[in-house]
Design a protein around this ligand. Structure first.
Ligand SMILES: NC(=O)c1ccc[n+]([C@@H]2O[C@H](COP(=O)([O-])OP(=O)(O)OC[C@H]3O[C@@H](n4cnc5c(N)ncnc54)[C@H](OP(=O)(O)O)[C@@H]3O)[C@@H](O)[C@H]2O)c1
Length: 279
């Protein structure tokens, strides 16, 4: 009987994760897996679960199985907490397995959010071209409407782009202009960003970068999880991954619930910000 069960390798596990996103369990059950709902699973003793399959389930089921709304951030950083050089060069901090992981995260959400700095430096596509799955819609935070109009996200090709701008700022052609109130300091309240996205059917959100954007969502308490991917690299200077308001002592440091998993030569730290933290 055991040899009749499908092998749960990385590709099979990814299919199970995609099913879980839509509440489907038949493929998991065929392979002897019971998904419990909070991102964990039980395995029949004759299930053929490979190490790569187990790693895939562990890393992505908590995102796929989360209810909606759900907001996850992903940051790819060096050992010394940098995401790019001072000049903005960031290709690539993390390795191939981490890029595949990022594309899988994109495939699990309705929308991927980036700051205008990332659009300027990286000219990203924000698609899922390295994996199977649906492209998310793309969202650019640009309170001053300063983005260069020749960026790929505004070319009119690919998934829809939403250009979130201050009430007085111009939108870029090739995208939906969405005005959002600007707070003191020239920033959007992250909760206001999530509200305009939810109104448009985008309640599962990946905040992908850069550091300033993720930090603003983290400081506002608007993230459910953070996938912090650490590459064994030292940059030594440059753009920080996270920058939060100063604290005086380590008693005030944040120690969220955390599980870690290998991602090629990198390591994924999966922070669950809604679970009780560590002492
Ligand atoms: N390794 C990685 O995982 C990764 C991922 C993405 C990007 N990157 C790299 O990161 C660098 C860019 O990151 P960054 O931190 O400098 O910039 P960023 O977060 O991409 O963009 C910052 C800008 O976006 C706008 N913005 C962000 N949050 C906002 C909010 N809550 N409300 C309103 N506006 C908001 C602001 O525009 P205004 O300045 O106009 O106010 C802000 O200055 C690039 O070098 C890129 O290559 C690395």
């Amino acid at each position: 009987m055991g040899d009749m069960m499908p092998l749960i390798d990385e590709a099979y596990a990814w299919a199970v994760v995609q099913d879980a996103r839509h509440g489907l369990v038949a493929r998991a059950e065929t392979a002897g897996l019971t998904i419990i709902g909070d991102g964990t699973w039980q395995c029949r003793c004759d299930a053929r679960l490979t190490e790569a399959g187990a790693a895939q389930l562990a890393a992505l089921l908590p995102v796929a199985g989360a209810g909606s709304p759900h907001v996850v951030a992903q940051i790819g950083q060096s050992l010394d907490g940098r995401i790019a050089t001072a000049s903005g060069h960031s290709h690539y901090v993390t390795g191939e397995a981490s890029r595949v992981h990022l594309h899988r995260l994109r495939a699990l959400v309705d929308a991927v959010v980036v700051g205008v700095g990332t659009v300027e430096f990286d000219d990203p596509q924000l698609t899922v071209r390295h994996v199977t799955g649906a492209h998310p819609r793309r969202v650019v935070l640009d309170p001053r409407g300063r983005v260069a109009r020749d960026r790929t996200l505004f070319s009119g090709a690919g998934p829809e782009t939403f250009h979130l701008v201050g009430p007085e700022a111009p939108g870029a052609p090739g995208a939906h202009r969405v005005p959002v109130p600007v707070e003191a300091g020239g920033r959007f309240a992250p909760a206001a960003v999530l509200a305009v996205l939810a109104e448009r059917g985008m309640a599962r959100v990946l905040v992908e970068g850069g550091g300033l954007t993720i930090s603003s969502f983290l400081a506002a308490g608007c993230l459910d999880r953070v996938h912090c991917v650490v590459a064994p690299m030292l940059i030594g200077s440059g753009r920080p991954a996270l920058a939060l308001p100063e604290i005086a002592t380590l008693h005030d440091a944040w120690r969220p619930a955390c599980r870690d998993h290998p991602l090629g030569a990198d390591r994924l730290y999966d922070l669950d910000l809604r679970a009780p933290g560590r002492a």
